[in-house]
Design a protein around this ligand. Structure first.
Ligand code: G1P
Length: 290
């Protein structure tokens, strides 16, 4: 069972970033020289997946345009003999096959994934959340696909978080499964009230899901925050078949949060081939003045 498709929900309003996201989608905010969504798409491409399904909403056309061919821009760049730049832009539109579906109402992450059911069909698929950026040697999605090749069941990516942050995440409870960093999921709960779980395993926005999830989502009732939660549907899936949590190698940044976004800019800036070295020197200078 090869995973061929990745669903990326991009319908969220981005209220945490207002006013920056009043007229542009939060997925188009820039980290160094490209929008955050491009890093996610590049992770999918580097992991060998064939097709991306964006779940969009009103006001998100800039995302589709970014991955499309821009005839006008291409002509202008050619005229100005900026051939390399033109090619770089065209490469973005050739990265991967992209399909969009519209989530008509903001009913939650579970509902957004369910909206993609006809395009995904009856096969396992990957889900990547645009806010979660992962810097790693091997792309996080690829690490999960390698594990899926071995176990052939649903996998959620996790990282450890301090007890005072568990209420901000979906939390997984489970036991180690003989493989390093792999846990058999026993229970999961979306944004548990402080003190109601002993687990520190937080779901990060990368999932490999069996298609049974769609039937479950079609009857999942609103949960935390009055929204149809993917985590609730995943818990129901664990009653039907095994599910695993995987503690991936890499550093995750929450680009949907102001502090996380700034940290991501610094981390990706330091690793940038063109400006990384100068940026490092500049940061050292700034730090010396603090
Ligand atoms: C979503 C999921 C949550 C997960 C988180 C990771 O929550 O519902 O289970 O832990 O992403 O970023 P959100 O951050 O969209 O509220």
């Amino acid at each position: 069972m090869k995973i061929r498709k990745a669903v990326i929900p991009v319908a969220g309003l981005g209220t945490r970033f207002l006013p920056a996201t009043k007229a542009i989608p939060k997925e188009m905010l820039t980290i160094v020289d490209r929008p955050t969504i491009q890093y996610i798409v590049e992770e999918v491409v580097a992991s060998g997946i064939d097709q991306i399904i964006f779940v969009t909403s009103e006001g998100k056309s800039a995302i589709e345009n970014h991955f499309d061919y821009n005839f006008h821009l291409d002509a202008v760049l050619r005229e100005k003999h900026k051939i390399a730049l033109g090619e770089e832009l065209n490469n973005i539109s050739n990265l991967i096959d992209i399909v969009s579906v519209r989530q008509k109402k903001p009913l939650g992450l579970g509902h957004a994934i369910w909206t993609a059911r006809h395009v995904v069909g009856d096969e396992p698929f990957m889900v990547l959340l645009g806010d979660d950026m992962v810097l790693s040697q091997v792309p996080c999605a690829k690490q999960m696909l390698e594990l899926f090749d071995e176990i052939g069941e649903s996998i959620v990516a996790i990282q450890r978080v301090p007890a005072n942050q568990t209420h901000q995440y979906g939390i997984v409870e489970g036991e180690e499964n003989g493989r390093e960093k792999t846990f058999r999921v026993r229970r999961m709960v979306e944004k548990p009230a402080p003190g109601t779980t002993d687990s520190d395993m937080a779901i990060i926005g990368r999932y490999i899901l069996m298609p049974d999830i769609f039937d479950i989502l079609s009857t999942t009732t609103p949960g935390h925050g009055g929204e149809i939660q993917l985590t609730d549907a995943l818990l129901a899936l664990t009653k039907k078949r095994s599910m695993y949590a995987y503690e991936f190698d890499g550093k995750r940044y929450d680009a949907g949060d102001k502090m996380g976004y700034l940290k991501a800019i610094v981390a990706y800036g330091l690793r940038h081939t063109e400006i990384g070295k100068d940026f490092r020197e500049h940061l050292i200078e700034i730090a010396a003045d603090l």
